[in-house]
Write a protein that binds this ligand. Structure first.
Ligand code: ADP
Length: 582
């Protein structure tokens, strides 16, 4: 065929080769590229039909990947056997082939018996990229319509050299793209898993969740998860199975001894163990399975637990991806497990502390009530007249009783707030009245130290919405601190300001102030300044922490500003009641 058209068309075909070659780089989609290459080859060689085979990157098998004017059935059938033999030869030897009678060509003599094979002119060229043959292309013509010659083959080889590079690039891109997509999928999955695992601090939930993910993503049939635990009495360590998924008729033993062969191996190596056809005795959770995988949960280099997965299907196995995935999941679960164990421990200790405090508070309150009752009676002379010294002593006893009852009240308050048992009776009220009441109750104490005060009240203050008694307690704490920590003759100002749906109360004093380095500890429980002016005052360092919790529990905020030696201002906010026209 080439022979007949060669010279007049030579120029055109070189032009076409150039044009088709430059188009090769325009797509990175492998399927599209293969089709484009086949079309170009047909166009360039003027062949009647053709196909391309590529080596599978994983299996190494040579598979047809694109064809023109030959359907898959014909391609697979015996009539194409010689064609496949020729192309296979081109692919394995890496040399191009042109033949006009494959049946009589010595190279393909083995196929002479093929029945019904028509004589054809055949060309094959290997696809060579980066020094290796990645496949080959095949084209043919019936002998009476066109015979291929060496220049046709040269043209085909020139084009396939370019095409092979484009195929290799597209495959590389596809591989990278797929690997990236898998990684992105895995990362977003792990993000979700992290979120789910860390959402709950409930250990059983975390373990169940981790196990469910492991089963779902490895397509296992069953599994269990356990943690290494210690028997409180015997101090013996064992694996405690805490969650199990699988058939309902099998309940695994809760305790697996560390000497169990699979567990012992995981503990010794820190690596996963994979088993086939396990008997119930061999398996960690006592169930027979076609395949089992035991993956350690590790924390700071130690095995702290185990995830086991099972499948009853002999036709599958847990592959590298599965084990790597479960190992990564186990790492993440370890963090969440640790968090929830710590949380449970803290919760348990906190509960014990709360119970202890409420017991002590109750046990102290009863005898103190009676001590205070009798002391009051005696100091009022109802049990007989007291001399001056006795009166003095009774005063000391009563003051210390007050101190103790403040401590008991504060501790009980903290306990109630922390355990979520503090009740707030919310309602609307006039804050100015509460401030006046509190100042009234402290007026005498302030006067005894020649302290003066002013109030700067916002005009038409709207009602606030909070617990009146608790706000009274907050104000008492702040104003009495201002009084306690302000030298004789100092001044205290209480101001109210309406601000963005809140009333802000400022309690300012001209007192001792707070050193900068102590300011951040101010709201911590039991914090008291080392300053001697503070230590001479009665206090436990609990007032401000209670004030902060109470303000925040009622929707407000608290802050302060202080200059050492000059004074302090404490500010807190309370929500305005709705329907105030605010
Ligand atoms: P307490 O008054 O019983 O010590 P608080 O929790 O009310 O406990 O206060 C904690 C500490 O904060 C006080 O001991 C004191 O050092 C400091 N403090 C609180 N209010 C003031 C204030 N108005 N001026 C200076 N220091 C203060």
């Amino acid at each position: 065929m080439m022979e007949q058209q060669a010279n007049p068309k030579q120029q055109d075909r070189l032009g076409a080769l150039y044009e088709l070659s430059t188009r090769l780089g325009t797509t990175l989609d492998l399927g599209e590229l293969l089709n484009q290459i086949m079309d170009s080859i047909i166009q360039l060689t003027g062949a009647e039909r053709g196909f391309m085979m590529l080596y599978d990157e994983l299996t190494g098998a040579l598979n047809p990947v694109a064809a023109r004017n030959v359907d898959q059935k014909t391609l697979d059938g015996s009539s194409m056997e010689i064609s496949r033999t020729v192309i296979t030869r081109a692919a394995t030897t890496g040399s191009p082939i042109v033949t006009n009678n494959a049946q009589e060509d010595d190279r393909f003599a083995g196929n002479q018996s093929v029945v019904g094979y028509q004589l054809r002119s055949i060309m094959c060229a290997p696809l060579r990229a980066r020094g290796r043959v990645i496949g080959a292309v095949y084209v043919d013509n019936r002998l009476f319509t066109g015979v291929f010659s060496q220049p046709d083959l040269d043209l085909l080889v020139a084009f396939t050299n370019q095409a092979a590079m484009a195929i290799d690039n597209a495959r590389l891109f596809q591989r990278t793209d797929q690997a990236l997509a898998r990684r992105v999928d895995e990362l977003s999955l792990f993000q979700l898993i992290d979120q789910e695992l860390n959402k709950s601090l409930d250990l059983h939930r975390v373990l169940g969740q981790a196990l469910d993910w492991a089963i779902q993503l490895t397509k296992a049939d069953a599994g269990s998860i356990g943690l290494i635990s210690e028997d409180k009495e015997t101090k013996e360590r064992y694996l405690r199975l805490l969650a199990h998924r699988g058939s309902d008729d099998h309940t695994p033993h809760e305790r697996v001894p560390l000497t169990h062969p699979v567990l012992a191996q995981v503990l010794a190596t820190g690596e996963f163990v994979s088993l086939h056809n396990t008997t119930p005795e061999q398996s960690i959770d006592g169930s027979a399975a076609a395949i089992q995988l035991a993956v350690p949960i590790r924390r700071e280099g130690h095995v702290t637990g185990l995830i086991t997965l099972e499948s009853q299907s002999t036709s599958r196995s847990f592959n590298q991806d599965d084990t790597a995935f479960v190992a990564r999941l186990a790492d993440r679960a370890a963090v969440a497990i640790n968090n929830s164990s710590l949380y449970e421990e803290i919760h348990r200790i906190n509960d014990a502390k709360s119970q202890f405090i409420s017991l002590v508070a109750h046990e102290l309150r009863v005898p103190m009530t009676s001590i205070k009752g009798y002391a009051d009676l005696m100091s009022k002379g109802l049990a007989g007249p007291l001399n001056d010294q006795q009166q003095n002593f009774m005063g000391v006893i009563l003051r210390n009783l007050d101190r103790m009852s403040v401590l008991i009240r504060d501790l009980s308050d903290i306990n109630r707030i922390e355990s979520g048992n503090m009740q707030f009776e919310l309602g609307r009220f006039d804050l100015h009245l509460v401030i006046k009441d509190v100042i009234g109750s402290l007026r005498e104490a302030m006067a005894s130290r020649q302290q003066t005060y002013t109030t700067e009240f916002a005009p038409q203050l709207p009602d606030v919405f909070a617990d009146r008694t608790r706000i009274g307690q907050v104000l008492t704490n702040l104003i009495s601190n201002a009084h306690k920590y302000t030298p004789d003759g100092g001044h205290i100002t209480v101001q109210t300001i309406v601000q963005d749906g809140f009333v802000r109360v400022d309690v300012a004093d001209t007192g001792i102030g707070i050193r900068e380095e102590e300011q951040e500890k101010l709201f911590s429980q039991f914090f008291r300044s080392e300053d001697s002016a503070v230590r001479t005052q009665v206090g436990w360092g609990l007032g401000l922490s209670i004030v902060k919790m109470m303000v925040e529990a009622q929707g407000g905020q608290i802050s302060f500003e202080s200059q050492y030696g000059q004074g302090s201002t404490f500010r807190f906010t309370i929500p305005v009641a709705v329907g105030n026209g605010e």
